[in-house]
Design a protein around this ligand. Sequence first.
Ligand SMILES: [Zn+2]
Length: 164
Amino acid sequence: MASVKNEIELFKQFDDLDQESKYLAHKAKDAAGHAYAPYSKFAVGAALILDDGTVVTGSNYENAAYPSGMCAERVALYAASAQHPGRRIMKLVVVAKRKGGKELVPATSCGPCRQVMLEFESNQSKPFEVVMQGDNHIWIKAPSAASLLPFAFTRDHLDTHHKP
Ligand SMILES: [Zn+2]
């Protein structure tokens, strides 16, 4: 059995990432090109791969009523659930670029997206890797959504803390 890494890994170079992560990063970059971000001008793309090899992408979609917009990660996750129910997510990669720009810029997932990732991870009872670019262009590879959200609130709290 292959060993499972439990620690967050950091990579200085994009090329140091594994092939699958690089492939998904390119897919995510393509998706970022479809972002609707007229307000922030910050285009985000996400690409996840399922256990059958299917890739599902998402991009951020903003709204004049700001909170009505949605992050790329959640667009991809919800689309995967709707279109490929029951499939296990293996990895999710997030990238960002300025509107009209070609170079990727650092963007780590927001708190609500991490919370949603954790819900998906809980539902499939198996972790999935999350790859994103942090400050100083360091690539972050997390072994699980849980590793990105310490002390998270989960369904376990609902199940155990409110029993009489
Ligand atoms: Zn988000």
